[in-house]
Design a protein around this ligand. Structure first.
Ligand SMILES: Nc1nc2c(ncn2[C@@H]2O[C@H](COP(=O)(O)OP(=O)(O)OP(=O)(O)O)[C@@H](O)[C@H]2O)c(=O)[nH]1
Ligand SMILES: C[S@@+](CC[C@H](N)C(=O)[O-])C[C@H]1O[C@@H](n2cnc3c(N)ncnc32)[C@H](O)[C@@H]1O
Ligand code: SF4
Ligand code: SF4
Length: 326
């Protein structure tokens, strides 16, 4: 359906859990975030009912995220059930990759189409620093598992933070020459813990491009499967491509196509706006799919025109990215 700004809303991002096996420094505090109890988060059946209802509004693409979606029990079953919904034509996962070696085959068999894997550094020590607990080799094994299962394209999400990994931009770019990897450089957003970061940690897409173009020519690449916010380029002759997600410096709110469902059942029309609609309450009152769709329709009509992160930071939000489903 169209929202009030004539944007076609067809993409639902579902946070299946607020839990995570990592503690990335820009996403979560060291001690993690207080976890919701089992009853507070939506059951898999409830998530499925919301997704089925959303197809009545025109949702065609589902992305499972979190927290870390692969730590949610029953995730394979959920993928299988979503893949059976005829109106859904794209089902994808955003993951830190560590559990992909264990789950890639089952995910493929269940009907998952694509995976986006987060990786901010190619250095093992740094990887431990940024994730606080992770091992780089586990994520590489996850990337290899995704290739082996034939997931295509395999996209990498790399948040660039000044003084932390901006010296690795060219190393990431070089990876795309010989590997079918699609590296997306993401601007750090002032969300949750990163709202408290000093302003000079921000590294803009313009600065990333300037760094790359000192050494490489970039040509516009054809659009990859998926309809997220990245704009893609490539080095002539390279196997992979390079995408840029300029969430702050050149935001893409004018083309926004998405809604979010948090793990505890709040429908969030915009990543940045604290406004949420309590679908869990509606679900537990026993609303039908049609009635739920009507509640969701009203939420779409209340979707803001765009974010105001530059001016307001994270404002009065009290959530971390892991809770919203980044
Ligand atoms: N500002 C803003 N940033 C977003 C939004 N959705 C995703 N992002 C950013 O884009 C990054 C990549 O998102 P992914 O989960 O990989 O999904 P995607 O890029 O939509 O996926 P594709 O379907 O593969 O294009 C996230 O980590 C966020 O940093 C959004 O609605 N608003
Ligand atoms: C919140 S994670 C959830 C899925 C999974 N755990 C993962 O790391 O891919 C989704 C994405 O959000 C990104 N992210 C988290 N905090 C962010 C921030 N403050 N600014 C920009 N991207 C952020 C992460 O790098 C990751 O690519
Ligand atoms: S970015 Fe993903 S892996 Fe890292 S702490 Fe957040 S949810 Fe976990
Ligand atoms: S910040 Fe809000 S309006 Fe902008 S792209 Fe993200 S969800 Fe859409």
């Amino acid at each position: 359906m169209l929202d009030n700004f004539a944007r076609e809303i067809n993409y639902l991002r579902v946070s299946v859990t607020d839990r995570c096996n990592y503690r990335c420094v820009y996403c979560m505090p060291a001690e993690g975030v207080p976890m919701h109890s089992r009853d507070e988060i939506l059951s898999l059946e409830e998530i499925l009912k919301v997704i089925k209802s959303s197809t009545k509004l025109g949702i065609r693409k589902i992305r499972l995220t979190g927290g870390e979606p692969l730590v949610r029990k029953g995730i394979i079953n959920l993928v299988q059930e979503i893949a059976r919904i005829p109106q859904i034509d794209d089902i994808a996962l955003t993951t830190n990759g560590a559990l992909l070696p264990a789950y890639a085959t089952a995910l493929k068999e269940a009907g998952l189409k694509r995976v986006n894997i987060s990786l901010d550094t190619l250095k093992p020590d740094r990887f431990r620093q940024i994730t606080r607990v992770g091992r780089l080799r586990d994520v590489w094994a996850g990337i290899e598992a995704a290739w082996e299962e034939g997931f295509e394209p395999v996209k990498i999400n790399t948040v660039v933070i000044r003084g932390f990994n901006d010296d690795e931009i060219l190393d990431f770019v070089n990876l795309t020459k010989k590997l079918p990897l699609h590296i997306r450089f993401i601007e750090l957003m002032p969300i949750g813990v990163s709202d408290k970061f000093p302003a000079d940690k921000f590294f803009s897409v313009r600065q990333i491009k300037a760094k790359i173009s000192r050494y490489e020519n970039l040509e516009v690449a054809k659009k990859l499967a998926g309809n997220g916010p990245a704009r893609y380029y490539k080095i002539p002759g390279a196997m992979g491509s390079i995408g840029f997600i300029s969430a702050l410096s050149d935001h893409f709110c004018g083309q926004c196509n998405r809604l979010r469902l948090t793990s505890e059942g709040k429908l969030r029309p915009c990543l940045h706006s604290p406004q949420e609609v309590d679908l869990k309450a509606s679900l537990r009152l026993g609303l039908s799919e049609e009635e739920l769709a009507e509640v969701m329709r009203q939420a779409v009509l209340s979707k803001p025109e765009g974010h105001t992160m530059n001016a307001r930071g994270w404002g009065d939000n009290n959530r971390t990215m892991s809770q919203i489903g980044g």
